[in-house]
Design a protein around this ligand. Structure first.
Ligand code: ATP
Ligand code: MG
Length: 332
């Protein structure tokens, strides 16, 4: 299980800025990442891939500083890349090569001698579940097999840090689970640091113990996953019978923030009086409150709540929770 902070600092950035022409992709990131499993979460265009490319020294940064394992991202990219495995989001494989040649080649590219690269290629292809397919050409591979092959390429030199940019992208449930299990093994048994990005919490929470949320090039949350619930407001969840939209109106007319999914209504706790206000509203709108309790949001919901607060263009929880917004039927 996750260990408490005896972890060492592996990545550090100070006011890191990356612009593409006039477009600000990273707006002054200040980040200290310790060894372990870290999820980089954010909607499309947030800057996740840009962040990875900057710390790998693959693109020039506009201003600010960064260090990976103590090496400077501006001047020591070569050393950094020899210590980090990188699984990019794009298809980086040569369809003409067999898996074994592809993986061995990626080792040779970073300076491994051919014999060692070959031996390691066999090992890592087995590790990612491609032992039986290693002599097949990449062009015959499914998306899941290609993602696994990309991971094998990233692991060829047994890196201290593994960076995976959306490793579960396009995978079906079985390949997804296998990929996540492999990443978990890399952290827990291999004792490596893993940074993985994604735009849903589900995948990240299966591997990571801390999380960095990026939104429009800024870090909005950096927290251990188990402490994430503290980042959002407390809510009371009630289940009502007979007129839930009337109940919603009544609550909102009293100035409460409400999210509703059919008969389930979640109300932000404003004060100690919130419960009595809810009960008054129930009487006023003639509904029965069947259940009432503190709402324990799951991590996906927390992510959506935070993004919602920031006004992101992700599907918001209020969209998800209120049927009127989607033009669906009211489940009264
Ligand atoms: N080479 C480039 N030239 C110009 N703009 C770019 C370039 N690469 C990225 N951008 C822009 O920078 C911003 C951040 O992009 P980035 O690819 O880092 O986001 P991301 O979080 O990885 O998104 P996704 O989830 O879609 O992969 C986006 O607005 C994107 O359009
Ligand atoms: Mg990306």
């Amino acid at each position: 299980m996750s260990s408490i902070s005896s972890n060492k600092l592996v990545i550090e950035t100070v006011d890191l800025v990356k612009m593409y022409g006039p477009h600000v992709a990273l707006e002054g990131l200040n980040l200290k990442l310790e060894s372990g499993a870290i999820g980089i979460l954010g909607p499309n265009g947030a800057g996740k891939s840009t962040f990875f490319k900057c710390i790998l020294g693959l693109i020039t940064t506009t201003s600010g500083q960064g260090k990976v394992l103590g090496y400077d991202i501006k001047t020591q990219g070569d050393i950094i890349r020899s210590r980090i495995g990188y699984m990019p989001e794009y298809d980086s494989l040569d369809p003409e090569l067999t898996a074994i040649d592809q993986v061995r080649y990626s080792g040779e590219l970073i300076g491994m001698n051919p014999a060692h690269a070959t031996q390691r290629a066999h090992e890592v292809l087995e590790y990612v579940g491609l032992k039986d397919q290693r002599y097949r050409k990449i062009e015959t591979f499914s998306t899941g097999m290609k993602q696994a092959a990309k991971l094998a390429c990233a692991l060829i030199h047994d890196p201290e840090i593994l960076i995976c940019d959306e490793p579960t992208n396009g995978l079906d449930q079985r390949s997804r689970e296998f990929m996540l299990q492999t990443l978990r093994n890399t952290v827990q048994q291999g004792n490596r640091t893993v940074l993985m990005s994604g735009h849903v919490m589900d995948d990240i929470q299966e591997v990571c113990d801390s999380i960095v949320m990026i939104y429009k090039g800024k870090i909005v949350v950096h927290s251990r996953i188990e402490e994430l619930a503290r980042q959002v407001d407390e809510e009371i969840e009630i289940s009502v019978w007979g007129g839930s939209s009337r109940m919603q109106e009544s609550l909102e007319s009293r100035g409460l923030s409400v999210r509703r999914l059919g008969r389930i209504i979640r109300i932000k706790v404003e004060s100690e009086d919130t419960i009595s206000v809810i009960l008054e509203c129930a009487v006023e709108s003639g509904v029965q409150v069947r259940k009432m309790g503190e709402y324990e949001p799951d991590l996906e919901d927390i992510f959506l709540l935070i993004m919602d607060k920031l006004g992101a263009e992700v599907k918001t929880t209020s969209d998800l929770m209120t049927s009127e917004h989607t033009g669906g039927t009211n489940n009264d």
